[in-house]
Design a protein around this ligand. Structure first.
Ligand SMILES: Nc1ncnc2c1ncn2[C@@H]1O[C@H](COP(=O)(O)OP(=O)(O)OP(=O)(O)O)[C@@H](O)[C@H]1O
Ligand SMILES: [Mg+2]
Length: 365
């Protein structure tokens, strides 16, 4: 092995160790080294290597449920098919014939026999995404099928055996859905053998992954091929902003924010001004006086004065920290009447810190 190959291999290993808790996580690209993600990985492996079937994955939207489903599939039977269906997107009748197929003449328009996804999955996995949205009648059929390990095509009389691993996911709390009579309790208990739970990004047990994920998306995004490998880091303030936000859309939302920042960024570092959580905010008038805009202004003011304090009023350095040009910084100082010794930046206001993640690009350029 040449020296160059050895160095490249070492770098690769270092990168893996930085982004991933273990080799298995690296093999399925599941970034994270927090306690929460380590626990999820542990249960995922236990479940995948057992015969647990069905498998249930729960977590808020965008937390990585589909990724976990793929990880289970990858560990259990990588050579087989992974077939996914979103239970929220089809009517009861369509979903049933999609899942189990139908015989010729089963209903108007069924002019030929159709193989369902369960059969298509063969010895692989059938991923039932958003199972909480499955119509209640179909839930009863699914329960019977899970218990008997056989199914019938719509309109058919033959019982067909199946082998696939059924992986169901839900971003709703299924126990609550059951209490509200929207989800069948018997199906819930059938699914809930050893649920794989994925914590939201804002959970204190997962928050440390925010930075890792942001850096990972920065490194791997192909949204702007000409910028790939050119934007290499995020500024300290940009990272802080990401860490303070609550991420209701979890990893998916974070990835979008990073890709948006890559699009907007013109330097080699993602600065705070290009962290735009809600692109609609770009159209906001900063002076309309509503509470949200007020806090944006307040947050921007506070950040600028904090950056100045941190750098001992070295404006070039402060501007770099903020991810804005010196000229913009001067304009902001004038706009907010921030002067050395004016005592604007006192205690950091948690509300303001949170709001600065919403800072519109226009406000900082
Ligand atoms: N730990 C992670 N490391 C890297 N990428 C991740 C991680 N978790 C999620 N992602 C990415 O975030 C996006 C959303 O993940 P995924 O589709 O698995 O979420 P989900 O929980 O199924 O969301 P929903 O409930 O909305 O269907 C995907 O692009 C996925 O690859
Ligand atoms: Mg999903």
């Amino acid at each position: 092995m040449s020296l160059r190959t050895t160095i490249a291999a070492t770098r690769e290993t270092e990168t893996h160790e930085y982004f991933f808790a273990e080799d298995f996580a690296a093999s399925v690209s599941m970034v994270g080294r927090s306690e929460a993600i380590k626990h999820t990985l542990k249960i995922t492996k236990l479940v995948a290597l057992s015969r647990c079937n069905p498998v249930l994955i729960v977590g808020e939207t965008g937390t990585g449920k589909e990724l976990a489903a793929e990880a289970i599939h990858f560990l259990r039977h990588p050579q087989e098919r992974f077939v996914a269906v979103n239970c929220a997107t089809l009517t009861a009748n369509l979903l049933e014939s999609e899942l189990f197929g139908h015989v010729k003449g089963a209903f108007t328009g069924a002019d030929r026999e159709k193989t369902g996804l369960l059969e298509l999955a063969g010895d692989g996995s059938l991923f039932l995404d958003e199972i909480s949205e499955m119509p209640i009648d179909l839930q009863a059929k699914l329960l019977r099928i899970l218990q008997e390990r056989t199914f019938r095509k719509v309109g058919g009389i033959k019982n067909i055996k199946f082998n696939a691993t059924i992986i169901a996911s839900s971003n709703r709390n299924l126990r609550k859905e059951t209490n509200a009579n929207r989800f069948r309790a018997d199906l819930y208990y059938r699914l809930n053998i050893s649920p794989i739970t994925i914590a939201p990004l804002r959970s204190p047990r997962r928050r440390q992954d925010i930075q890792l994920l942001a850096e990972y998306f920065l490194k791997t995004s192909t949204i702007c091929p000409e910028k790939q490998n050119k934007i290499t880091t995020l500024t300290k303030l940009a990272t802080e902003a990401l860490q303070k936000y609550d991420w209701p859309g979890n990893v998916r939302e974070l990835r979008n924010v990073i890709e948006r920042a890559i699009l907007y960024e013109t330097t080699d570092k993602i600065g705070l001004s290009n962290i735009v959580i809600d692109p609609d905010d770009l159209c906001d008038e900063p002076t309309t006086g509503n509470i949200r805009n007020y806090s944006l202004v307040k947050a921007e003011r506070e950040l600028i004065s904090r950056a100045l304090q941190e750098t001992g009023w070295q404006k070039t350095h402060a501007a770099a920290l903020l991810g804005i040009t010196r000229a913009t910084l001067y304009a902001k100082l004038k706009q907010y009447n921030i002067q050395k010794g004016s005592g604007i930046a006192k205690q950091s206001d948690p509300q303001a810190s949170r709001a600065f993640a919403f800072e519109p690009v226009a406000a900082a350029q």
